[in-house]
Ligand binder design. Structure first.
Ligand SMILES: CC(C)(COP(=O)(O)OP(=O)(O)OC[C@H]1O[C@@H](n2cnc3c(N)ncnc32)[C@H](O)[C@@H]1OP(=O)(O)O)[C@@H](O)C(=O)NCCC(=O)NCCS
Length: 156
């Protein structure tokens, strides 16, 4: 251990909007990338929060009542397959749970094999399909995961 905070996650505020947009731009095609203003507007909304991983990842999520929703998740190409996305998703689910969410939802393109594999490994299961939801004509899958921990078993 060097004592450095390697891979530390930062809870994102509006001041991080530009950094989040830069990662999003690196991860998504130009017509799907969100700009700095979009992140700043989202982060100002009630219930919205983000995590930033300085290795090159970000997640934006929202809690409303007892539901959490992943709004967007992006990892820059050079930072992929190192667990960054999984860690960001875990941090968002754990903060969502601590803010009262019992269930998490998200939408993912049927054609996005990488994201679908990540979400499956994180315990999300398909619960619906929105046909031709995306501009390129692909379907969106709606995925769901419970955030409630199982009650501890009690030996009587
Ligand atoms: C999807 C994305 C966020 C994954 O980020 P990541 O940091 O590479 O993900 P992880 O390293 O945590 O991967 C976790 C697991 O997901 C699966 N996975 C991730 N990328 C994959 C790929 N390209 N192909 C197949 N499986 C993949 C693997 O099971 C992986 O575990 P492994 O590396 O031990 O095999 C990233 O590829 C990305 O930003 N893509 C473009 C934007 C996007 O699609 N965002 C999600 C929209 S809903």
């Amino acid at each position: 251990m060097t004592g450095e905070m390697i891979g530390a996650l930062e809870l994102a505020g509006i001041a991080h909007a530009a950094a989040m947009a830069a990662i999003h731009r690196a991860a998504f095609p130009p017509n799907e990338a969100w700009g700095t203003d979009a992140f700043a507007l989202q982060l100002a909304l009630p219930g919205v929060f983000g995590w930033l991983d300085r290795r090159g990842g970000m997640i934006l999520a929202r809690v409303a009542a007892d539901e959490a929703e992943v709004l967007t998740l992006a990892v820059a190409p050079e930072a992929r397959r190192q667990g960054v996305g999984t860690r960001l998703l875990g941090a968002a689910m754990s903060l969502g749970g601590s803010r009262g969410a019992q269930t998490a939802f998200l939408e993912v393109s049927d054609a996005n094999g990488a994201a679908r594999a990540l979400y499956r490994r994180a315990g999300f299961i398909p619960t619906g399909r929105r046909p031709r939801y995306y501009a390129d004509g692909t379907d969106a899958l709606v995925l769901r995961r419970t955030l409630i921990l199982a009650a501890p078993s009690i030996d009587l």
